[in-house]
Ligand binder design. Structure first.
Ligand code: HEC
Ligand code: HEC
Ligand code: HEC
Ligand code: HEC
Ligand code: HEC
Ligand code: HEC
Ligand code: HEC
Ligand code: HEC
Length: 242
């Protein structure tokens, strides 16, 4: 037999012996009894102390709060997400009490502006959004509606309002161009305002034959800007002609 083949056989045999030895001495005793894991692991996990009780438990005693939460925006946020593990509290309610996180730090964990959050998730700039006052001063943590329905659009669209305020459109209320359902001010993403969709909308004031006051600058609706939408060239919230 050639020498190199003998060497290979020896090497192979050594490998087999090493694997058999490892299986015998290195694999934990109960491995593989019920599955591809250590059977005794089940017992050691079961032996761990339970820390979380689950929100169903809380409802047994705090039924009013549980009901409130289920009817509001936080229906998907379980009690112990905010109050911490509370199994010990459920066992002995008067001796162990969960903390109630009253400081501003908690809420921005989920609500601080972060571009990677899903579109439409309610986010705020936690530095600029009503600073110095605790979030729960204005929002009930168990039913976090925006507290006061803002009168003006500027409460949320500050940038656009400030820009319009120094433009030639200053005297046009936002609702001239955006029919806005009242619900938009509390559920902005569910109820959306309308937006103009065609040139004729602006033409209602700016076309040569429009019935509006003569002080409004006029254009020939057929030829001016050709087939493009007016707001391809004029920002509607600051429509200065340059
Ligand atoms: C067996 C009844 C019972 C259950 C179940 C129960 N609690 Fe309580 N909880 C109480 C009682 C009693 C108090 C004390 C009320 C008091 O001190 O006025 C309390 C107080 C609290 C407080 C107030 C602490 C504070 O600083 O004022 C929080 C928060 C709380 N529970 C959260 C929970 C959560 C979360 C759960 C579910 C994991 C839960 N509780 C389950 C009975 C219960
Ligand atoms: C989004 C976070 C959040 C969730 C979810 C939440 N809580 Fe609270 N909870 C708070 C905060 C913050 C306070 C303190 C409110 C205050 O002091 O005005 C509080 C206060 C409490 C209190 C004591 C004061 C009171 O209003 O009686 C109890 C009891 C309580 N929560 C129970 C619950 C239970 C039960 C659930 C689930 C059904 C729950 N919480 C879900 C944040 C939360
Ligand atoms: C664990 C994450 C989490 C924490 C912590 C949390 N929230 Fe929320 N919050 C949510 C979710 C989820 C919604 C529902 C979003 C939806 O309806 O699309 C929500 C909705 C809201 C809304 C409703 C916004 C709207 O569209 O009208 C407000 C206001 C709010 N939370 C305030 C708070 C306040 C105040 C706190 C602190 C006490 C807080 N949240 C803590 C997850 C969280
Ligand atoms: C002084 C009262 C006040 C305080 C304090 C306050 N908010 Fe608000 N919050 C409002 C009002 C009013 C609105 C609705 C108009 C707006 O967005 O400004 C609102 C809206 C929200 C929304 C919904 C935004 C959206 O786009 O749908 C979230 C989320 C929110 N607040 C979270 C918080 C958090 C988190 C804190 C604490 C860091 C906080 N708020 C503190 C008054 C307050
Ligand atoms: C509570 C805060 C809030 C108030 C008050 C509010 N908006 Fe909005 N608005 C929003 C948010 C948040 C969006 C963005 C929704 C999105 O992009 O998903 C929005 C979107 C819009 C859009 C764009 C809709 C689209 O489909 O692109 C228009 C137009 C608009 N708002 C007009 C108004 C007008 C007009 C008012 C006053 C009558 C107003 N909004 C008041 C929060 C508000
Ligand atoms: C002269 C009519 C007009 C007025 C007045 C007007 N808008 Fe608009 N707005 C438009 C048009 C047109 C668009 C669509 C622009 C586009 O699709 O590019 C628009 C788009 C928007 C959008 C969508 C986001 C964006 O910037 O494109 C928001 C939000 C908005 N407007 C809010 C407001 C608010 C708030 C006011 C009052 C402060 C207001 N608008 C006043 C015509 C107007
Ligand atoms: C309700 C009537 C009305 C509607 C609708 C309207 N505008 Fe105007 N527009 C005005 C008024 C009033 C002025 C200011 C005239 C003045 O300065 O005295 C103005 C001024 C302008 C100017 C400024 C011209 C200059 O000399 O700088 C432009 C551009 C303009 N609008 C474009 C638009 C566009 C684009 C739309 C559609 C998105 C639109 N307007 C919708 C009433 C309207
Ligand atoms: C292709 C770009 C473009 C489009 C689209 C466009 N405009 Fe203009 N618009 C201009 C320019 C550039 C000026 C300034 C020079 C001029 O007067 O022709 C102007 C000027 C104006 C003026 C001021 C006229 C004056 O006498 O002071 C008004 C009002 C106006 N546009 C409204 C509109 C309306 C309404 C629409 C949609 C029907 C529209 N524009 C579409 C580019 C455009």
């Amino acid at each position: 037999m050639p020498q190199q083949v003998t060497r290979l056989i020896v090497l192979f045999a050594a490998g087999v012996v090493a694997i058999l030895a490892a299986r015998r001495y290195l694999v934990p005793p109960t491995f593989g009894e019920i599955g591809h894991y250590r059977a005794a692991a089940v017992d050691s996990i079961v032996a761990r102390k339970k820390k979380y009780a689950g929100h169903q438990e809380c409802a047994l005693c705090h039924d009013r709060i549980a009901e409130t939460r289920l009817s509001g925006h936080h229906r998907g946020v379980a009690c112990e997400v905010c109050h911490g593990p509370a199994a010990a509290h459920v066992a002995t309610p008067l001796d162990v009490k969960p903390t109630a996180p009253r400081e501003r730090g908690l809420c921005p964990l989920c609500h601080a502006y972060n571009p990677s959050r899903p579109t439409g998730f309610p986010q705020i700039d936690s530095v600029a959004h009503n600073p110095l006052i605790p979030c729960i001063g204005c929002h009930d943590p168990h039913q976090p509606e925006p507290p006061i329905v803002p009168e003006e659009c500027s409460a949320c669209h500050g940038q656009i309002s400030r820009q319009k305020a120094v433009s030639r459109h200053v005297r046009l209320p936002c609702t001239t161009c955006h029919a806005t359902p009242e619900e938009h001010k509390t559920l902005p993403r569910r109820a959306r305002p309308e937006k103009p969709t065609e040139r004729a909308f602006c033409g209602a004031c700016h076309a040569e034959d429009a019935p509006s006051p003569s002080s409004i600058p006029r254009i020939d609706l057929q030829t001016h800007g050709e087939q493009y939408l007016c707001w391809d060239c004029h920002y509607p919230h600051y429509p200065e002609a340059r």
